[in-house]
Design a protein around this ligand. Structure first.
Ligand code: Q46
Ligand code: ZN
Ligand code: ZN
Length: 305
């Protein structure tokens, strides 16, 4: 197939939009599409200080790269949870992030290290926490969210960006619908505005890009990223949902974009407004929580009780 723009051999074929592009035009297309999403959802401007949470994977590193290319003030945050089942997962992911940051002068890499800051790795916290029942995944999102908010607040970032792609968003949506978690549905959005506690606004500039599109961007841009999944991912139900949705997408190209896009439209029209939960400040760390006193993160540490 030939590139629609220049007629050279295409390297990327995108069935949902019936579009084929060569290496050079794919790169430009991806950057333009990201720019368009940022504009459509009014995510941030050039005066904002953006902190992008990076895992060492293709999505978050591609996002950091594109935002730098677009001239935004953007730094990275790596949250080291000390995940290690003999394969040094967190340590190796961190090395990819550090290498990326070292090759881009003018941007700063910040590190939040759970073990260094709180004296325990994710697995260790999961072991003694009732809420987790030994399962690290039950705490992972909570700890990451807390770390992101803390660094954004301490270092005066106005925007927190994550690399969630369309496959991630459609998978989360599918899971939330399957269990009718209306509270989560109400909060699943490309932009979550800054809240009363003075926390940064949260954005997902790649939420309309298929996973294969971010992978192609990373590879063509020469970004080295960790390919392995987290060792705890194997049992995650999200992987089964993702697999299911991928089959749907293969049978009818564009299905994920429609599923997610139409959900966003319904959401904008107020379908989930009644589900909005009222938040107050945690009495220990000051971050927003729906619990009456301590937030879920502060309750992880027995000394706080
Ligand atoms: S939740 Fe669980 Fe993931 Fe956190 S501990 Fe790893 S697998 S990274 S998708
Ligand atoms: Zn071309
Ligand atoms: Zn707290």
């Amino acid at each position: 197939m030939k590139c629609r723009q220049c007629g050279r051999t295409a390297v990327m074929h995108m069935r949902p939009y019936r579009l084929s592009l060569c290496e050079k035009h794919y790169d430009g297309w991806f950057v333009d599409q990201t720019k368009r999403t940022i504009r459509t959802y009014d995510m941030f401007g050039h005066s904002d200080r953006i902190l992008v949470a990076v895992s060492g994977g293709k999505d978050s590193l591609s996002l950091w790269d594109v935002l730098l290319r677009l001239g935004y003030q953007v730094d990275g945050l790596y949250i080291d949870l000390g995940i290690d089942r003999g394969e040094r997962y967190s340590a190796r992911s961190r090395e990819f992030v550090e290498r990326f940051a070292a090759s881009r002068p003018g941007t700063t890499l910040r590190i939040a290290d759970l073990n260094a800051d709180y004296g325990e790795t994710l697995q260790e916290v999961a072991r003694h926490t009732r809420r987790a029942r030994g399962k690290p995944c039950a705490l992972c999102g909570l700890i990451k969210r807390h770390a992101m908010n803390r660094v954004a607040l301490d270092e005066a970032y106005t925007v927190l960006a994550t690399g969630h792609n369309l496959d991630d968003e459609a998978t989360a949506l599918f899971g939330n619908v399957l269990h009718w978690q209306t509270g989560y549905l109400a909060r699943q959005a490309p932009v979550l505005p800054a809240d009363s506690a003075g926390l940064a606004r949260k954005v997902k500039p790649l939420c309309r890009r298929y996973e294969r599109e971010t992978a192609a961007y990373a590879i063509l841009a020469g970004i080295e990223y960790i390919i392995d999944e987290c060792p705890f991912a194997a049992h995650a139900s999200s992987l089964r949902y993702k697999d299911l949705l991928n089959r749907l997408e293969t049978d009818s190209p564009g299905a994920l974009l429609q599923f997610y896009g139409k959900f966003l439209k319904q959401r904008e029209d107020g379908l989930f407004e009644a589900q909005a939960v009222e938040l107050h400040k945690c009495s220990h760390c000051g971050q927003p929580t729906s619990a009456p006193d301590l937030c879920a993160f502060c309750r992880l540490w027995p000394d706080n009780e």
